[in-house]
Design a protein around this ligand. Structure first.
Ligand SMILES: Cc1cc2nc3c(=O)[nH]c(=O)nc-3n(C[C@H](O)[C@H](O)[C@H](O)COP(=O)(O)O)c2cc1C
Length: 196
């Protein structure tokens, strides 16, 4: 697939088939993450590949508990937008998604946390694009609060000095979500100075 085709084709997928993702494909996606840029080339990430159904069930249980609260806090417009794209506070289906990748990171010495976090997100974006190029669907899952992140850290045995930036849900798409809108380019750029 042409690069721009990948960029425009990538969508957040919230309904997955149970068809497994073969290791060769998964490793190409992980390689794309490995080659992402990172602050000072510190590569502060660690990717945990979760395919075990019992572990995924435990993750799904925690995510459902916190997503219930998260959705209660959403503006009704956001909840409607996500629901129209297969989103729900009920994350029990996560246990059936073929692969979850927990993208962890640590903060290298003398580095601002934002830079380590940003590095983890460059890897996430590379993996989302690679997944699209591989014909896979993906969706980011982020946490309601630190308590949720900590519960997942415990399930996954993530060391104290690491955080989880997000989970990537990965598998073959079951449905084609409607294309979301984007702000017009003229509305988000300006030359030389910030102009509204
Ligand atoms: C920082 C970040 C956090 C996100 N967290 C979630 C999430 O927790 N659950 C979810 O379903 N989608 C999540 N998304 C996906 C967005 O909802 C999605 O990118 C947006 O609606 C645009 O749709 P598209 O990805 O199909 O273009 C997240 C995206 C980003 C960049």
């Amino acid at each position: 697939m042409d690069f721009y085709e990948v960029v425009f084709k990538r969508r957040s997928i919230r309904k997955f088939k149970e068809t497994p993702v073969i290791e060769e494909v998964l490793f190409r996606v992980l390689e794309a993450g490995r080659w992402a840029p990172s602050a000072g080339n510190t590569q502060p990430w660690h990717f945990i590949i979760v395919t075990d159904v019992e572990v995924k069930k435990r993750i799904a249980h925690v995510c459902t508990e916190y997503s219930r609260k998260h959705w209660a806090d959403f503006a009704s417009e956001t909840a409607r937008y996500l629901a129209a794209r297969g989103g729900s506070w009920d994350k029990s289906a996560m246990a059936k998604i073929p692969v979850l990748i927990a993208v962890c990171f640590h903060v290298p010495e003398k580095m601002r946390e934002e830079l380590a976090l940003a590095s983890a997100w460059t890897a996430i974006q590379n993996m989302l694009l690679a997944a699209t190029a591989e014909g896979l669907g993906s969706c980011i899952y982020t946490f309601y609060n630190t308590e949720e992140e900590n519960q997942l850290k415990e399930i996954l045995g993530v060391p104290e000095n690491h955080r989880i930036a997000a989970l990537i849900q990965l598998g073959y798409s079951k449905a084609k979500p409607p294309k979301p809108s984007r702000k017009a380019l003229e509305a988000i750029i300006s030359y030389q100075h910030f102009k509204r």
